[in-house]
Design a binder for this molecule. Structure first.
Ligand code: F6R
Length: 240
């Protein structure tokens, strides 16, 4: 794993953008895997700025997102599909038809997982952006998720519900289940770009980089990926 330590969040985001730009410049119809959460917002801002200033086009780019809350769709501003439009898609020239995310409102949740897995089989990510949970999760693959997992429904752990409650009016509003790409779907990406910032991520970053490769720390599977770059700020890098 290549590890880049940035001094702060802004530098982390700028360095992440350099990696993203190299992928979209090399292939105008690349498949980019995207994440939600606080961590990649700075990267998305850099992409928007570059699109506006330099005209980098996303017209032919296709996207696949990691995860979505079960029960939420675009009509909820807490949904991940809303987040992606608000933080990136509405500000670049991407065709929304080329963007993909699990349908949180699907009536048949198992069929939705199967649909998404079939889609991912046809759309190998040229790059997959990831954040990391304070418990070492990637996407919503919580500790104990098999490394061979594909898209599935998860019961969110109390620690994830608590971490994510900051974005809801109250903790009771945080959905208890989500759709998530599995670890195998993530590992299938040609290139992985994982970002982490803040002292509350330091322990998870240690597990990601230096810990034992174990299903107890889902992110540790990335040690087995042939092209994974971690960009981390100094606070999150304090234990590595
Ligand atoms: C989001 C996702 C999650 C987050 C992780 C970190 O699509 O899959 O795994 O990347 O929970 O969240 P933040 O960035 O909010 O600290």
């Amino acid at each position: 794993m290549k590890v880049i330590i940035a001094k702060d969040y802004d530098e982390m985001s700028k360095k992440a953008f350099e990696v993203m730009k190299s992928v979209v410049s090399a292939n105008k119809s690349a498949v980019i895997g995207l994440a939600t959460g606080s961590t990649p917002i700075g990267l998305y801002k850099e992409m928007i700025k570059d699109h506006k200033e330099n005209g980098t086009s996303y017209k032919e780019i296709k996207t696949v997102n990691l995860d979505e809350y079960a029960g939420l769709d675009y009509s909820s501003d807490q949904s991940y599909v809303y987040f992606m439009r608000d933080n990136l898609f509405d500000h670049i020239d991407i065709d929304l038809k080329n963007t993909n995310i699990e349908n949180g409102k699907a009536k048949d949740r198992q069929a939705e997982c199967e649909r998404y897995n079939a889609l991912l089989e046809k759309m190998q990510q040229d790059i997959q952006v990831l954040g990391i949970g304070s418990n070492g999760h990637i996407a919503f693959n919580e500790p104990g998720t098999p490394f061979g997992s594909v898209t599935h429904i998860v019961d969110l752990t109390e620690s994830t519900i608590k971490d994510n409650s900051r974005l809801f009016k109250s903790i009771d509003e945080v959905p208890r289940q989500a759709f998530t790409m599995g670890l195998k779907n993530i590992m299938n990406a040609k290139k992985i770009l994982i970002l982490a910032n803040g002292a509350n991520k330091a322990k998870a970053v240690y597990g990601l980089v230096k810990g034992e490769v174990t299903e107890g720390v889902p992110a540790s599977v990335l040690q087995l990926h042939p092209d994974c770059t971690l960009i981390v700020d100094e606070a999150a890098a304090s234990l590595i």
